[in-house]
Write a protein that binds this ligand. Structure first.
Ligand SMILES: [Zn+2]
Length: 270
């Protein structure tokens, strides 16, 4: 009898432990998705993720508000980081075909490796900016002087190739939280115009369809978009879809130039 009741108590204890583990795991999964997508929006996000590229583009087109002034003030900047690369010509062809211009934030070494692509970017009238030499925050932020030197080097490389100049920059991994104040200040004091983003397509780890659905999801209800993409195979495949979604939602797609007020995390205007 005693043995039996001991077994019974043991079974209850094991049962309780198992329930707690299950509840704990469910809580953690929920927290993770809430953190990324926001509590209320996680359901919408799941629905968007399940759609095909064609459905996504079609849906964006059905959402256009066609009343007077529908497009007023809605601007999207497509920004392309880490190039030039073996994909740059394809990207430029897609931009041409769709009659839009993007902005390329280029790495010094890649410009030196692919001067023809740099020239074409400049000739096509695309926006041009720089993205550092090292792309390594441990090197780039060692001292403010090194930070400035990296962007000055990029500027010189670009000038050597095209004879043109640019003051636009994008810091690797964004200007916050990694950039020390002294590095930020020295760049601004030297008239560099710093650009971050407010729509991360997460293309470095996403499929083509997911990149487009990320633009739909993260871009909703925003009048100004700075879209971050990289020179990756899946991003090239998604680019036409991204352009269509943005156009269908009524955005005018523009390249960034030096007269555009820079949008970045320090100015808190993103
Ligand atoms: Zn980068």
């Amino acid at each position: 009898m005693k043995r039996k009741s001991n077994h019974f108590i043991l079974a209850i204890i094991i049962g309780l432990i198992l329930s707690l583990v299950v509840l704990g795991v469910e809580f953690l999964i929920k927290e993770e998705s809430n953190e990324r997508y926001g509590n209320r929006d996680s359901e919408i996000y799941k629905v968007i993720q399940m759609k095909t590229l064609t459905e996504l583009i079609y849906e964006a087109s059905s959402q256009i508000y066609k009343g007077p002034g529908a497009n007023e003030g809605k601007i999207a900047y497509i920004t392309i980081d880490d190039g030039p690369s073996k994909y740059t010509n394809q990207i430029l062809d897609i931009l041409d075909r769709n009659n839009v211009k993007a902005t390329f934030f280029m790495l010094d070494g890649n410009m030196k490796k692919r001067p023809n692509e740099v020239e074409r970017i400049a000739l096509d009238g695309q926006g041009v900016g720089f993205h550092s030499v090292s792309h390594d925050i441990r090197v780039l932020y060692k001292t403010p002087e090194i930070t400035l030197e990296e962007f000055d080097t990029c500027k010189e490389t670009y000038k050597n190739i095209t004879g043109k100049e640019s003051k636009l920059i994008r810091l690797p991994y964004g200007s916050k939280p990694y950039t020390p104040e002294n590095s930020y200040k020295i760049l601004v004091d030297n008239n560099y115009l710093m650009w971050d983003w407010n729509l991360d397509t997460e293309d470095w780890r996403a499929t083509t369809d997911k990149i487009v659905s990320n633009v739909l999801y993260y871009g909703r209800n925003r009048s100004n978009l700075v879209v971050l993409i990289h020179e990756k195979e899946q991003s090239v495949k998604a680019l036409e879809g991204v352009i269509k979604v943005l156009k269908n939602r009524g955005y005018v797609i523009l390249p960034i130039d030096e007269n555009t007020q820079p949008l970045n995390y320090w100015s808190e205007n993103l």
